[in-house]
Design a protein around this ligand. Sequence first.
Ligand code: GLN
Length: 207
Amino acid sequence: MDENPLIGVLALQGGVVEHVRMLEQGGARTRLVRRPEHLEGLDGLVFPGGESTTMSKLMELGGMLEPLRSLIRDGLPCFGTCAGLILLASEILDTRADAYCLQAVDVTVRRNAFGRQVDSFETDLDVAGVADGPVHAVFIRAPWVERVGADVEVLARVSDGGPADGAVVAVRQGTVLGLSFHPELTGDDRLHRYFLRMVAGHRAIPA
Ligand code: GLN
């Protein structure tokens, strides 16, 4: 318990190494997660950006869906960015009919939501619970959150006066954190540290 937390990064596809770097900078130990046995003993798990339907297929083929669902039911702290948020959602709009999501956070996300207006863009966001000024957020064919369940806290919305103004792009429900953007790409580790505080809070609760 006095060891640094062990955080898995789902490494089936997508932007893995950047998350590893940010988590280690925040004092965590990390492990790449490719098979069910890699889930053993984790204190938290990151679902990176990438391509959600591909990751869904790989999770299914690798026998990861049930072990992940069971860990999520048991309260494992999870952090999803972009495609990772899509995987953690309870409902996905504009995806393939055979794509799975893990229902870790009670939100409906729309895949590639910003794509109709702008494929990729950057903006500054005020994120609830993150001190020291706005977070510079990079969006790459990102989803937004279209419905937020009663137990979900909205941490940030786009507020740049542009076409996506007001869109919900950061949410938290208990031990699950989901972002539409890519905090691992900017060198600002405040959101990874936020997640590591969630993990520390969860570890402090006796089992
Ligand atoms: N558009 C991608 C998807 O569906 C997500 C993009 C990203 O993770 N940068 O899954």
